[in-house]
Design a protein around this ligand. Structure first.
Ligand code: 13P
Ligand code: 13P
Ligand code: MG
Ligand code: MG
Length: 365
C-alpha cells in the first residue's frame, strides 16, 4: 500500500507593514508554483499565512525529509522573497539563512512538520500554524490532547485509546532526543516539556506505532546565532478512530496560556486562537496567535479546509487573551512580560549590554 505524506513547510520571507502579515502577492506566487508541481512532485496543496509566515501545505507519496519536496518549498520561498524585495516588504528573505539549497530545508531557516501514514477508511487531519511564538508552544496542547483524561474523554471512555501514547521530546539546546510513554511516565514527561524553550515535543504515536502528531522544532536564533525573528511553528495532528476526536484536539485551545515571542521575540504573551481572516499580528506585533485548518485526507487529496477557530465558541478565550495581554503589557519592560535573561541572549539585548560593559565597576568584598 502506497503511503500518504503530509508536509507543512513555512517561512517568513517578508511582510507588511512590519511583521503584521504576508502580502497577498506572495500567497499568489506560492499557490501558482505549487499548482504547477501538482501531478509531478506533489499531489495536492494549499497555501495560507499566519501573520507574517507563509505556510505551504502539501500531500505526496515521497515520505518525510524528501529532497524534491524540500527543494520545491525552498524555490517557492526564494521566489517569494524576490517578490518581497521588489516591494521592499519588511524582513524580505528574513527566514532564509542559506544562499543555496543543499538537500533539506531543515537547518536553512524554514520550519518543517511532516507525517507519513497509511490512509485509514477516513482520515481527519488538522494543521495548526502559529505566529510570534516558539515551537515549544505546542507542548501544553499536545499533552492535553494525548495525555490528559480531563481534557480528552476518549482516553477514559474509548477502549482503543486506553493504552496511551508515546511522546518523542527533543532537547533543542543539546540536540538530543528521548521517548516517554504515557500514562505511565506522564510526570517525567511533564518535568521536561514544562520548560518549552528547551524541550519540544516532536512526535506523538499510538503504542502500535500509528503516527498521531508531528511538529516543527526548528529554532531560528539557535541556527543563525543572532536575532532573526521567532520560529513561528507548525503542527499536524491526526484525529478519530483510536486517536482523539477532532473536538478533543481543538478543545485545549479554549484555555489561554502564556507563550514566549510577541514583540521582538522577547515577551511572554497569551496564545490567541483565531480564524484565518484574523491571523494578522497588529497589537504590539501580536498577540501571539494560532490558526487551525481541518482537512479530510482522501487518496492524498486535501478535502477542505475548514477554518476551525472561526467559531463563536472561541470568542471567550479571545476575550480572556485580551485581558491577559493588558496585565502583561502593564509590566512594560519588566519580567515576566519580558523574557528571562537566559532567553534574552537570543535577542538584541546583548548589543545593549555590550555598550555598558566597561562602565561596570567591581564592588568591594
Ligand atoms: P471515533 O470512533 O472515530 O474516535 O469517533 C468518536 C467520536 O466521533 C466522538 O466525537
Ligand atoms: P516574526 O518572528 O514573526 O518575524 O516577528 C519578529 C518581531 O520582531 C515581531 O516584533
Ligand atoms: Mg517577520
Ligand atoms: Mg512570524
Amino acid at each position: 500500500m502506497v503511503k500518504t505524506t503530509v508536509s507543512v513547510i513555512k517561512a517568513d520571507v517578508g511582510s507588511y507593514p512590519g511583521h503584521s502579515r504576508t502580502h497577498p502577492k506572495l500567497l499568489e506566487v506560492a499557490a501558482r508554483m505549487l499548482k504547477e508541481a501538482e501531478g509531478s512532485t506533489i499531489i495536492d496543496s494549499y497555501v495560507t499565512h499566519c501573520g507574517d509566515d507563509l505556510e505551504l501545505i502539501m500531500t505526496h507519496t515521497k515520505g518525510e525529509d524528501n529532497e524534491e519536496i524540500h527543494e520545491l518549498a525552498w524555490n517557492i520561498f526564494m521566489e517569494c522573497a524576490n517578490v518581497a524585495k521588489e516591494m521592499k516588504l519588511y524582513g524580505a528573505g528574513q527566514d532564509l539563512l542559506a544562499d543555496a539549497f543543499s538537500g533539506n530545508v531543515k537547518g536553512m531557516g524554514p520550519g518543517v512538520a511532516e507525517m507519513e501514514f497509511e490512509e485509514r477508511g477516513s482520515d481527519p487531519v488538522l494543521v495548526f500554524m502559529a505566529d510570534k511564538t516558539e515551537p515549544g508552544a505546542w507542548n501544553y496542547y499536545l499533552y492535553k490532547m494525548f495525555a490528559d483524561p480531563f481534557s480528552t474523554s476518549g482516553l477514559v471512555i474509548d477502549p482503543s485509546m486506553h493504552q496511551g501514547f508515546v511522546f518523542e521530546v527533543h532537547d533543542v539546546m543539546e540536540k538530543r532526543k528521548i521517548l516517554f510513554n504515557t500514562p505511565e511516565e506522564s510526570y517525567s514527561l511533564l518535568a521536561y516539556i514544562g520548560a518549552p524553550s528547551r524541550y519540544v515535543i516532536k512526535y506523538v504515536w499510538k503504542k502500535d506505532g500509528t503516527i498521531a502528531a508531528s511538529t516543527s522544532t526548528q529554532r531560528l536564533n539557535l541556527m543563525a546565532g543572532r536575532y532573526v525573528g521567532k520560529d513561528d511553528p507548525v503542527m499536524i495532528v491526526r484525529a478519530q478512530g483510536g486517536l482523539p476526536a477532532v473536538g478533543e484536539v481543538i478543545d485545549p485551545f479554549r484555555t489561554p496560556i502564556l507563550v514566549a515571542g510577541w514583540m521582538r521575540g522577547s515577551h511572554h504573551g497569551p496564545f490567541m486562537p483565531v480564524g484565518v481572516p484574523d491571523a494578522n499580528c497588529t497589537q504590539f506585533d501580536g498577540p501571539p496567535r494560532v490558526i487551525c485548518l481541518g482537512f479530510q485526507v482522501s487518496d492524498r487529496k486535501l478535502i477542505g479546509p475548514v477554518d476551525m477557530f472561526d467559531d463563536p465558541a472561541f470568542n471567550r478565550v479571545r476575550d480572556r487573551c485580551c485581558e491577559l495581554a493588558d496585565v502583561l503589557r502593564a509590566h512594560g519592560p519588566f519580567e515576566p512580560h519580558r523574557l528571562s535573561l537566559e532567553e534574552m541572549e537570543y535577542t538584541t539585548l546583548p548589543g545593549v549590554e555590550k555598550q555598558f560593559k566597561d562602565r561596570w565597576e567591581d564592588l568591594p568584598e
